[in-house]
Design a protein around this ligand. Structure first.
Ligand SMILES: Nc1ncnc2c1ncn2[C@@H]1O[C@H](COP(=O)(O)OP(=O)(O)OP(=O)(O)O)[C@@H](O)[C@H]1O
Length: 306
């Protein structure tokens, strides 16, 4: 399987402080790969270097085997980039802007019209082709941003926090589009939201304080992260002291009068124990879910191990 993106010993220093240190990973097939990290972890720095917006202090980036430092123009031809803020011109129409993007990407003059039409179709914006970008909703502006990133059919597409700032419906639509595009492109997508990466990504690369702390499949990540809390909804919830009597329960938090989160340790069958106790004492349990550790805990756990 050919390697689309290879990042080797990548480090970057702004002025005096290192933003990332010794990042290594390879990506080799279509699908969405998540770059996860808390704010300031180094995601944008890594992506900006991969895309050629920033030159690294140390290390190498290869796109389809082409060293970005040695042949930046050829390397950049093979990738598309959507930075955190879509690089769109508000006073252009969608059609004008994408025609301009096609030109920047050196698409042959005779093929520009067709490329623009195809990419508008692909991203579901054909009906807005003559609309000014400033008159589009955030979700559609993001689609235009994605369209410019794929207009030249790159093998890898880099999306920096693509759903930030969108409303819940727009987020669902954007995720759907990203999944569609991932069928014939490799996508590297950054986020500080674990659930987003979980929903979209096949593999996950996690960085914290500029260091890579995890790189594997989403499945291994989920197996690795042990559940630490249980969320329950009960029609007739007990008082705290009753819940603390259930084997393994260490802490109780009442979120509403019916919704309760409990912390536990040392009981691998915690849900079964809670269900049994609920039946015995008529707590009328209607919902129960194991919750994975919150992201801050995961970062702490992984950073300490690396
Ligand atoms: N231009 C800059 N000059 C100096 N330091 C910078 C610059 N850009 C980023 N940094 C620092 O580098 C570190 C990594 O920042 P980066 O923006 O890559 O993180 P991030 O994971 O993308 O965070 P966010 O999700 O908040 O964008 C942070 O400590 C940040 O303050």
């Amino acid at each position: 399987m050919s390697i689309v993106l290879k990042v080797e010993n990548l480090s970057h220093r702004y002025a005096t402080a290192w933003a990332i240190r010794d990042i290594n990973f390879e990506i080799s097939q279509n699908g969405v790969i998540g770059l996860l990290g808390s704010n300031g972890a180094g995601k944008s720095t890594t992506m900006n270097i991969i895309c050629g917006v920033l030159n690294q202090t140390e290390g190498e980036v290869y796109i389809n085997g082409i060293n970005k430092r040695e042949d930046p123009r050829l390397a950049k031809k093979q990738l598309g980039f959507l930075p955190q803020t879509p690089p769109v011109y508000m006073d252009f129409t969608v059609n004008e802007y994408l025609t301009y993007a096609a030109d920047l990407r050196f698409i042959e003059k005779t093929k520009v019209k067709q490329s623009v039409a195809e990419v508008m179709d692909r991203t579901g914006i054909s009906h807005f082709s003559s609309r000014l970008i400033k008159n589009l909703s955030g979700g559609y502006r993001q689609r235009v941003g994605i369209a410019q990133a794929i207009i030249h059919k790159p093998s890898i597409v880099i999306l920096d926090e693509p759903t930030t700032g969108l409303d819940p419906n727009q987020i669902i639509e954007a995720r759907k589009l990203i999944k569609e595009i991932a069928q014939d492109h490799t996508i590297l997508l950054s986020s500080h939201v674990l659930s987003e990466i979980n929903l979209l990504c096949r593999d996950i690369i996690m960085i914290e304080s500029g260091r890579m702390v995890f790189s594997d499949s989403m499945d291994s990540f989920n197996n690795y992260i042990q559940p630490a809390t249980v969320m329950m909804k009960m029609e007739n919830p007990p008082v705290e002291s009753e819940l603390l009597k259930v084997e393994g329960v260490t802490k109780v938090q009442y979120l509403t009068d019916k919704q309760i989160r409990v912390w536990f340790s040392g009981n691998n069958n915690i849900t079964q124990s809670l269900i049994t106790a609920s039946v015995q004492h008529n707590w009328q349990l209607v919902e129960i879910n194991l919750e994975r550790s919150i992201l801050d805990d995961v970062f702490k756990q992984l950073s300490q191990q690396s």
